[in-house]
Design a protein around this ligand. Sequence first.
Ligand code: CP
Length: 329
Amino acid sequence: MAFRRQHLLGLEGLSKEEILFLLDTAASFQEISTRDIKKVPTLRGKTVVGMFFEPSTRTRVSFEIAAKRMSADFVSLSGSVSSTAKGETLLDTARNLAAMRPDVLVIRHPASGAAHFLAERVAGCSVVNAGDGCHEHPTQALLDLLTIRERKQRLEGLVVTIVGDILHSRVARSNLYALRTLGAQVRLCGPPTLLPREFSAWADLTSDLAAAVSGADVVLVLRLQRERQSGNFLPSLDEYARYFCLTEDHLARARADVIVLHPGPLNRGVEIASSVADGPYSVILDQVANGVAVRMAVLYLLASGAREEKSETAAPARPVALSQRRSAG
Ligand code: CP
């Protein structure tokens, strides 16, 4: 098995074998971060450029650490200090960066479809989607899957409950596509206004958190995207917390060995109680640690020549308009 795609733009459309190959490659890199000298020469001479047009702590830093642990050079550009602030288009910015011959462009952008847009138009390098609007966040879902598989030794047959603002969540979308491809049963739970009915073909939908958590092997709590609540999706944060904040009482209904994930950043007391976030079922910091291994694997597979040919993209069949909803995630 080889990963033959030029880009990693989403998990929708990837095969089970491709996702498992990404996870296996990431698992093989985990050990490097436990060494005293956390560096291998694998990507020496390669260049990774991070283009972050939205705030990010975990994704940006872990891509940088991943690149450096593989001995690649990493250059980071943030929207506020780039020439986009002077009116340069995203495409012109990317083409100018591509002219400097990087091997990989990692992009986070508030517009759904931004990574696909660049992948179709920028030549000579791979593009990795580090979160595009409400669309996908593939490396986040891969690190979630790696964390789940590490704890449960499997993914197939697990009951995974995803709770929160499903509508705006690229984390939910990437996880949903991958979990279904890998044979997990997915439950989506949130207020009716934040629970797109279109997902009923992929998952069980409910607004009853107690029922959603009952018997679950895994609970993935999403960040409530406060910046996206201007559309009267919720009466108030208090009301949201009353019905959808995951507490220890809810977890008592889950399987005894349930694990709780959250992509961060946390809104403590809104979507997750501190006693849960910091409690024995939480694997939130394992997720962060696994993020480095996942990003090492992705950079390795795209930049090292491990691919046998550059012919396909990981784009879903359905293109996503740049004008689609915007969000952070
Ligand atoms: N999970 C995640 O994408 O976090 P950041 O926004 O901090 O990168």
